[in-house]
Design a protein around this ligand. Structure first.
Ligand code: COA
Length: 140
């Protein structure tokens, strides 16, 4: 299965597909960024099926957006995007990767745990639905 997944840099031509995949992400958050921002897409054979956006700011990297097309989930695609971002963070000299995830988002919490992230602390009632944000950290 791994062989079918390829990770490459996001390109402008991927935008509409990524908006579709990242339903709920404001398009400006997909398009935005600064000189620290890294955006990657995952391809299944030759179809864009996943997206990750993060920032690598000196010693600290953060994952800000991550989504996989519903019909391509549980194939290791998010895992491959995270691996690629973590490797790049390490190469650029980051010491840790941080992210925040809703305590209600069991698939994502499990995914990050599987990738070695540890729960650092909670931001109580951080989301509009009243759920807590879990801040998770991976030393790299
Ligand atoms: C969370 C998300 C990115 C996972 O993508 P994915 O490509 O399916 O993830 P992977 O196939 O790499 O999963 C790796 C591991 O994560 C965990 N996981 C993923 N989906 C899960 C689910 N629905 N239930 C429980 N655990 C799950 C499992 O441990 C899985 O390993 P396994 O398949 O060997 O059991 C995807 O469900 C998604 O896009 N969700 C909506 C957007 C979102 O919540 N983004 C994260 C915001 S922080």
């Amino acid at each position: 299965m791994e062989r079918k997944i390829r990770i490459r840099e996001f390109r402008q031509e991927d935008l509409n597909r990524v908006i579709e995949i990242g339903k709920g992400f404001p398009p400006t958050s997909i398009e935005g960024g600064n000189r620290f921002t890294v955006k990657k897409v995952a391809l299944w054979v030759d179809q864009v099926v996943g997206f990750l956006s993060g920032d690598i700011v000196f010693s600290e990297a953060s994952i800000n957006l991550l989504a996989v097309c519903p019909s391509f989930r549980r194939k290791g695609i998010a895992g491959a995007l995270i691996d690629s971002f973590v490797s790049l963070s390490r190469e650029k000299g980051a010491e840790r990767v941080v992210l925040e995830v809703s305590s209600k988002n069991i698939p994502a919490v499990n995914l990050y745990r599987k990738k070695g992230f540890k729960e650092a602390y909670l931001r109580k009632k951080y989301y509009r639905d009243g759920s807590d944000a879990i801040v998770m950290v991976l030393p790299v």
